[in-house]
Write a protein that binds this ligand. Structure first.
Ligand code: FDP
Length: 338
């Protein structure tokens, strides 16, 4: 079969009426920026890009040089294209406006420029996550409140993993598709169309070091997985934790599995670990479009009404049967408490 490039795929999606020309252009620009981030990431120590930037982001987390570089690459690439009304980044407190003199479009772009920062310096896969929303009608200078739309309104979501190969996974709400970067030609080529995540799995991803801080239903659920054949589940489970959400989600999108970052006593005040706008919503859209499920442990992530640009939420996503069981345990525990 002849290879299908990303550009060709986007044209097909336009013809099918799934996206308009502006959104197609926006995705092309994001993909091009991600190729540049992939090049910067790939240079490693030789590019002088490893280590701390000496600055902190809005969440008070130390920024790596590559966090800052990736953010700038995405901002610069999107400033002049004419397809955006504004964009928001996990690394910046407020939305970034389109500089004067450039035309504005109808879309809002949100991104986590480099997810899995703690893995940058140790040469483990990291990635970019993005989400596209429509700018509300009549709004010319979008503020944070205009980005606060539930995940169900997303027009597109995607991530790029910078690993042994560079892979883009994308959805417009008509299935989830994967593109692999042909590094010699410089094009993303369709490598899997209509990805399906198996409903059942024997593989789970969680940071076990937080176990003692978890709530009772999480203790129960993971306790049963760990008991394996000798417990109520009657079969063994295996654990994986890359600690780059993109890499863990990509494994799930490839062979099934579940990823959990539940609420625990340590992070209760902040509402969770992962950000709804930059991580939870786009990943939920991608996973649901591949037949998986995504909840907070209590409700569907994409139906939440966000209240802040940098809001955090618990995340349970991946193979449907496991996400549904873990969610049921939480709802049962809540109901028993009244
Ligand atoms: P990081 O802080 O390194 O950017 O985005 C948050 C995130 O990574 C996810 O990519 C990853 O899944 C998780 O945090 C890792 O959390 P732990 O530090 O608890 O392992």
């Amino acid at each position: 079969m002849k290879p299908v490039s990303l550009i060709q795929f986007l044209i097909e999606e336009r013809r099918a009426g799934h996206i308009n020309a502006e959104l197609s252009l926006l995705i092309e620009v994001v993909a091009r920026a991600c190729k540049r981030i992939g090049v910067a990431t790939g240079k490693g120590a030789l590019g002088g890009v490893l280590g701390e930037a000496g600055t902190g982001n809005i969440q008070g987390e130390a920024q790596k040089k590559l966090d800052v570089i990736s953010n700038e690459i995405l901002l610069e690439a999107n400033a002049w294209g004419g397809h955006l009304a504004a964009c928001a980044s996990e690394e910046m407190e407020d939305p970034q406006q389109i500089p004067d003199g450039y035309p504005k479009g109808q879309h809002l772009l949100l991104f986590d420029p480099l997810d899995g920062s703690s893995n940058i310096d140790v040469n483990i896969s990291v990635g970019t996550i993005f989400s596209v929303l429509r700018c509300p009608d009549g709004v010319t200078e979008p503020k944070a409140e205009h980005f606060l739309q539930p995940g169900t309104t997303q027009l597109a979501a995607g991530y790029v993993v910078y690993g042994p190969s560079t892979v883009l996974v994308l959805t417009f709400g008509h299935g989830t598709h994967e593109f692999t970067l042909d590094r010699e030609v410089g094009s993303f080529i369709l490598s899997r169309r209509g990805i399906r995540i198996p409903e059942a799995t024997a593989e789970f991803a969680i940071n076990m070091s937080n176990q003692r801080h978890w709530q009772a239903p999480m203790q129960r659920y993971v306790g049963e997985l760990l008991a394996g054949k000798t417990g109520p589940r009657g079969r063994d489970f295996n654990m994986r934790w890359v600690a780059s959400m993109v890499a863990d989600v990509h494994r799930i999108v490839t062979r099934g599995g579940v990823f959990y970052y539940p609420l625990d006593a340590k992070i209760e005040k902040q509402g969770g670990k992962l950000r709804i706008m930059y991580e939870a919503n786009p990943m939920a859209f991608i996973v649901e479009q591949a037949g998986g499920a995504a909840t907070t442990g209590r409700q569907r992530i994409m139906e939440l009404q966000p209240t802040g640009l940098h809001q955090r939420v618990p995340v349970f996503l991946g193979s449907k049967e496991e996400v549904e069981l873990a969610t049921r345990y939480h709802l049962e525990a809540d109901a028993a408490q009244g």
